[in-house]
Write a protein of this length. Structure first.
Ligand code: DER
Length: 227
């Protein structure tokens, strides 16, 4: 099975867990896109009735194309289920997310969900967060200097994420902020780093999702693993 088939298998498995009457949070990224595609199919073929919120323009545009009705995220108070991808997943289901620069709204949706399901190919599994991935940050533009200084003191090297070739200058998130990628290397105590990052004014969001995932659906060539 090639990588896309693995992502699709995980996405379909998660989309099949959605029941009529649920309020559903729809994540962002190439794996989440397979989940959204399957949800659209179920709405068309089974008449599934759900209230859905999106985590990005990317997913919103996909929902419009598929006829998945959305309400504004601000109209939802809590969610029965939210399904999203991840960049790194450790054995305790802690995550690094944010490759797609959607992690500010994704974390809000994750925090609203009764059941937060992560879908990924098995290549996302790591022993220690930070092995391969930098931690994406969402930074208020006027705080870029102070946040860079403070996160550097926490032991990271930071780079503002540039938009090339799609856009000259920096990536601007769906919420109008800058994105930076903070390379910490392997993170021995992700919960402590989460706590430290959450204290920094102007650092509006980051890609460490600690203790948020209820279930991980991993697609490997020999089948689906859930933990
Ligand atoms: O940016 C994000 O948070 C995405 O969910 C990312 O973590 C996973 O994207 P992928 O499914 O395309 O690898």
């Amino acid at each position: 099975a090639d990588l896309n088939e693995l992502k699709k298998a995980a996405g379909v498995r998660a989309a099949n867990m959605i029941e009529s009457g649920m309020t559903v949070g729809l994540g962002t990224g190439s794996t989440a896109a397979y989940m959204v595609e399957r949800l659209g199919e179920r709405i068309q073929t089974e008449g599934l009735k759900v209230t859905a919120v999106s985590t990005s323009w990317s997913t919103t545009l996909q929902c419009r194309k598929l006829g998945i009705p959305l309400i504004d995220l601000g109209e939802a108070t809590h969610l029965d289920i939210a399904i999203d991808g991840a960049d790194e997943i450790d054995p305790a289901k802690n995550l690094i997310k944010g490759r797609g620069a959607a992690h500010l709204l994704e974390k809000i949706v994750a925090s609203m969900a009764e059941n937060y399901i992560i879908i990924a190919d098995s290549g996302k599994k790591v022993q220690t967060l930070g092995e391969k991935f930098a931690v994406p940050l969402e930074i208020l533009p006027n705080a870029i200097g102070s946040v860079t200084y403070k996160v550097t003191k926490l032991g990271a090297t930071l780079a503002v994420r540039m938009g090339a070739p799609g856009k000259d200058g920096p990536v601007i998130s769906d919420s109008g902020n800058l994105i930076a990628d903070a390379k910490f290397g392997p993170i021995a105590d992700p919960a402590k780093l989460d706590f430290e990052l959450n204290k920094i004014p102007g650092l509006l969001g980051h890609g460490l999702f600690i203790g948020m995932a209820n279930k991980v659906i991993l697609a490997a060539p020999n089948g689906l693993e859930e933990f």
